[in-house]
Ligand binder design. Sequence first.
Ligand code: 4AD
Ligand code: MG
Length: 463
Amino acid sequence: MKLQAPIKLIREILNAGRAGDTAEVCAWVRTRRDSKNVVFLALNDGSCLENLQAVVISGTIKDEDMRHVHTGSAIRVKGVLVPSPGKEQALEVQVHSLEILGPADPAAYPLQKKGHSLDFLRTIPHLRLRTNTFGAVFRIRHHLSQAIHRFFDENGFVWLHTPIISGTDAEGAGAMFRVTTLPVCCEKPEQEALCEDFFGSEAYLTVSGQLQAEAGALALSRVYTFGPTFRAENSNTTRHLSEFWMIEPEAAFFTLNDNIELAESFLKYCIQYVLEHCSSDLNFLAQRYQPDLLQDLRAAISQPFHKVSYTEAIEILRKSGHPFEFEPRWGADLQSEHEKYLTEQHFRGPVVVIDYPKEIKAFYMRLNEDGRTVAAMDILFPGIGEVVGGSQREERLEVLLRRMEEMKISRAALNWYLDLRRFGSVPHSGFGLGLERFLSFLTGMRNVRDVILSPRAPKLIGF
Ligand code: 4AD
Ligand code: MG
């Protein structure tokens, strides 16, 4: 049943309102402009980028009320829609009554003028939502999330809600937040203390829902997770958050090639969906931050992603003659300058890199025939670097056990995971997409801290 809300959104009024309609609007004042006999108010309720212009003719509203109408104050107006003589909009509302819902002291409200720097806005994440930029970003984030769920639903993937508190280190990276109810200063030896801890064993905020998603895929065939993920690495960059959102599909019977195809069609579907649903927000962000934004998005969906093996990528980098700070070397991780060179100079578009050396990837990735590389895939985007990391999983019990031993990973905590290989094991694959990194590409906002509500990073907790 459609909601019959008593108050219409500005988006609805601008889309479907007609001259002569009565209108009631609740919104925040973006700007107030006084001329001789008229006050013009730009009203915004966050439902779309565009403002609704409200026109208050002198004498209609008591001076006492008009004294509280400032940038930032919340008001309710009632009136009639009339054709606007201004070029900016087709309709405006001629105000008959006005009520102050929440004043905003102009001497104290921090968003008085337009064009604040992103650095400044990062200091007031609870108010930056009221700017055009962050309104656009969060509407796009919403539509992207819708696209993600639609894509998986249309392709037979079941949304699995994997736990946030986890007993296992899925990535073996060792950068986890501990979850405990033990006192801050606990004098007891670790093992003894753990017995008294809430779960009676070690617990962490999850770094990935993948291992649990694998259990799902080996029962439901195709699943995906979409939730918050936590990493305690001390990375202060424009691409790292301590709390970020990750989408992790996992599919039984999928090989690495099927996985690449899945990731490519998924990313393209999302880009296309955002282009179709967010054009005015995208145009605004392009104008403000990145003139080539729309071309870049269209280019990303117009041709197949480039595919290259890790070994070939290292060769390309070594032969490039480019003065890298870190020398590209087989066996070492790709640095962000290498990713940048591959996506922005060599291939000029998204690149899928496969078959990495086993030493630099997680224990669960399937060992290739050569015994040196694993069936991994990273997808790199221009301007961002790695947005997707995934692989075919090691489904052979003995090989998996050998890999865990080599990497000194304890069997005890992963016994349940090994069961998946003991009973009805099949080839399967999956990947993780970092939502904020992808959004950074989609919005042109080149810092992941500007596409999440309240960023968490080393020494930063916000609101
Ligand atoms: O490459 P990662 O670490 O892969 C995994 O976690 C696998 N378990 C995924 C899977 O196969 N199911 O992380 C996946 C993606 C990265 O490509 C990146 O986009 C994002 O998650 N990511 C981060 N985003 C923001 N801040 C961080 N600290 C991130 N770490 C990873
Ligand atoms: Mg990765």
